[in-house]
Design a binder for this molecule. Structure first.
Ligand code: TXA
Ligand code: MG
Length: 328
């Protein structure tokens, strides 16, 4: 299976069937979800799951999310679904929400990295749902990028990093949400946020009341893969409070969600990616990873990113920018 150059498939129905067959036979395929592209394999098969780690060069201590085709699959993977978890499931599935629940023994330890909790999500993308239904098994799927790199929001992004190693990439166009799912753990005394994402913290708390929200650097204690450094561009990325604090001596690219007149900028800022000209955080989230990739490929020597307002999807965007700015 190595050295197979993956073809990007656009002709859907037939391809989804083929992808489902690959998954049932222990292989790995990349597929679109509403958040980012996932690299999927049979989540009940240890060997198949191991291939995901191999393809992504991902350490085994970083557990995988199981993607399911219906809410009722939850009971086959989790021993218990506490009432607040059920509330979130009923309100936000299918959608960009992952819940961590006490796992049943049917879930292989490789999926949870030996943790007692399993992360489960029902995506809302039609191709993803069809694929899972046809595969007939929970599909383990991390984001379809190399470990630590920027997540893919188009099939082309997947091909650039993993194309030589996956059997198939299903092209479902650009992801509509653009940042990964929100993860809430029910393994702690009170529900705890493990990752801000496509469902906002405000929406979660509106549904089940206050949850525990660790600080940036505390996430890693709860969720082994939540490394301080993540979403890394090859070009160093810095979080800056304002454009004036950008070093004037380097060829810099600017990542912002506010409309900025280039004429007001110092001439060393040669590239600008504006995530939303109207400051719309949904649009900004949707454009984030592609914009980071474009700046990374543009030849600038550093990327300066302005944080966005920390409300709504802004929390997820700022989290990604913070991690992208951390040195490895
Ligand atoms: O939107 C998403 O969630 C995307 C799409 C493909 O569904 N998937 C995704 O997977 O972002 P990944 O592997 O790139 O990020 C999953 C995060 C990791 O930080 C991992 O450590 C955490 O979820 N995680 C997975 N299982 C866990 C568990 N049992 N307990 C705690 N954290 C877990
Ligand atoms: Mg990821």
């Amino acid at each position: 299976m190595k050295n197979n150059i993956a073809t990007i498939m656009i002709n859907h129905n037939e391809q989804i069937q083929k992808a489902a067959d690959i998954i049932r036979n222990g292989g790995a395929v990349a597929f679109p979800t509403e958040t980012v592209y996932g690299l999927g394999a049979n989540g009940l098969n240890e060997k198949a799951a191991a291939r995901i780690f191999e393809i992504k060069k991902r350490p085994f201590f970083d557990p995988l999310i199981l993607h399911i085709g219906g809410k009722e699959w939850t009971g086959e993977l989790a021993i218990d679904v506490p009432a607040p978890a059920q509330k979130l499931i009923d309100r936000f599935w299918p959608g960009p929400l992952t819940v961590v629940l006490p796992k049943k023994s049917a879930v292989p330890d490789i999926i949870t990295s030996g943790l007692p909790g399993v992360a489960i999500r029902m995506p809302s993308n039609d191709i993803a749902l069809q694929l899972i239904a046809l595969a007939g098994v929970p599909v383990a799927a991390p984001s379809a990028n190399l470990f630590g790199a920027v997540s893919p929001t188009t099939a082309e992004h997947v091909r650039e990093q993993l194309g030589a190693n996956v059997e198939m990439i299903i092209d479902g166009g650009m992801c509509t949400v653009g940042v990964e799912s929100t993860i809430v753990s029910f393994m702690t005394d009170a529900p705890m946020l493990l990752r801000p994402g496509g469902i906002t913290i405000e929406e979660i708390e509106e549904a089940i009341g206050e949850i525990i929200i660790p600080k940036h650097d505390e996430f890693v204690n709860q969720s082994p893969g939540r490394n301080d450094s993540h979403y890394a561009t090859k070009t160093p990325l810095f979080l800056v409070d304002d454009v004036d604090s950008i070093d004037k001596n380097v060829n810099a690219g600017l990542l912002t969600a506010a409309l900025i007149n280039p004429k007001t900028l110092s001439p060393n800022i040669t590239k600008i990616e504006c995530l939303s000209t109207t400051g719309d955080l949904r649009e900004a989230a949707c454009n984030l990873f592609a914009a980071m990739r474009r700046l990374d490929a543009s030849g600038v020597d550093m990327i300066a990113a302005l944080p966005v307002p920390d409300t709504g999807l802004g929390a997820a965007i700022n989290d990604r920018l913070y991690r992208a700015s951390r040195k490895r």
